[in-house]
Design a protein around this ligand. Structure first.
Ligand SMILES: NC(=O)C1=CN([C@@H]2O[C@H](COP(=O)(O)OP(=O)(O)OC[C@H]3O[C@@H](n4cnc5c(N)ncnc54)[C@H](OP(=O)(O)O)[C@@H]3O)[C@@H](O)[C@H]2O)C=CC1
Ligand SMILES: O=C(O)C1=N[C@H](C(=O)O)C[C@H](O)C1
Length: 285
């Protein structure tokens, strides 16, 4: 589908910039307005190659201004508009409610919040949406593999003890959504009692460096290690995915935007998707 316009909510944040640039590289049009958090400047500049866009930032302060910005974009671009959200865990549900009540297609990359409530609001509203805690192609493939393993071999790791450590930049507010998704598969494979609160989070420089993260990536990384040990300690499995920087996710977001715009255009009966659906559709670049 051509002529897609994306509204990048969460600019001028780290993912906001990465994703905007990926969308421009993909030939999508970046809307000159975006929703942001409190205390941000009036606008920001996104530059990719020879393209430079000044984006007006609409904060949550002025009542109704964020809704108005969405409604105006919807009026101007109709079904060619796709909203992208990489904001903050506390914004997941209010923003989801805003998108569904205005009736716009959206891609939610932000983690945290009440995921069940987000899914319910989205399914009930009938808007088209992609909701996923990780947009990196290979990590999505690992997630899909673990889901399949859990489906095909439930109990395969029964009696095993699980340990999960995830390290992210210290500004990350929540436990990794990706780690939670993988843990949910391991739980279905029968590991010993493991709660999401048992995920060990590293958020300080010293422990992150000891974990292997380089100085230059302390401000942007996502390192995950999942260790499964048999009851008698004689067998150990380890799964690891270490991402330094954020670029790998942004191409997946552009895939998600193109996928969901096409689903909306063809009036697909299924309306809510995750990244595994997109990987399975064979449209991740
Ligand atoms: N799905 C995926 O593949 C990935 C998901 N993520 C997730 O994306 C999210 C953002 O990460 P990152 O870019 O690193 O974070 P940043 O803190 O760099 O950026 C977040 C931005 O969102 C703004 N913001 C806060 N509240 C709102 C709101 N209500 N509406 C609009 N904007 C708001 C913040 O403004 P202010 O600072 O003023 O609050 C900030 O500019 C996190 O949840 C993270 O886990 C990250 C990488 C990959
Ligand atoms: O905040 C991040 O950086 C990331 N968040 C996502 C998560 O919570 O799993 C994806 C990735 O880990 C990067």
């Amino acid at each position: 589908m051509s002529g897609i316009v994306v509204m990048m909510n969460g600019l001028p944040g780290a993912m906001g910039h990465e994703v905007s640039q990926a969308c421009i590289r993909r030939g999508l049009t970046l809307a000159p307005v975006a929703l942001t958090g409190g205390g941000q400047p009036a606008d920001c500049q996104v530059t990719e190659g020879s393209t430079s866009v000044t984006v007006k930032l609409v904060g949550p302060d002025a009542a109704g201004s964020q809704r108005k910005a969405l409604e105006e974009l919807k009026k101007a671009h109709g079904n060619r508009l796709v909203i992208i959200d990489f904001t903050h865990p506390t914004a997941v549900n209010p923003n989801g409610d805003l998108y569904t009540s205005v009736g716009v297609t959206y891609v939610m990359g932000t983690t945290g919040g009440d995921r069940e409530a987000l899914m319910k609001a989205t399914n009930d509203s009938g808007v088209y949406a992609v909701i996923a805690p990780n947009m990196g192609k290979q990590i999505v493939a690992l997630q899909a593999t673990m889901e399949r393993m859990a489906r095909d071999f439930p109990g395969a790791f029964s009696g095993y003890k699980l340990e999960v450590t995830e390290s992210h930049q210290k500004t990350k507010a929540d436990t990794s959504g990706t780690a939670k998704a993988l843990v949910s598969s391991f739980q279905k494979m029968g590991v010993d009692k493991f709660e999401m609160d048992d995920i060990k989070m590293l958020r300080d420089d010293e422990s992150q460096k000891a974990f292997g993260v380089s100085e230059e990536h302390l401000n942007g990384h996502a390192w995950h290690t999942y260790t499964l040990k048999s009851g008698d300690g004689s067998v150990e499995f380890q799964f690891k995915h270490n991402v330094s920087g954020r670029r790998t996710y942004s191409e997946g977001v552009a895939d998600a935007v193109q996928f969901i715009a096409a689903k909306c255009a063809e009036k697909s009966k299924k309306r809510t998707f995750d990244m595994i659906d997109i990987l399975e559709a064979g449209v991740m670049q």
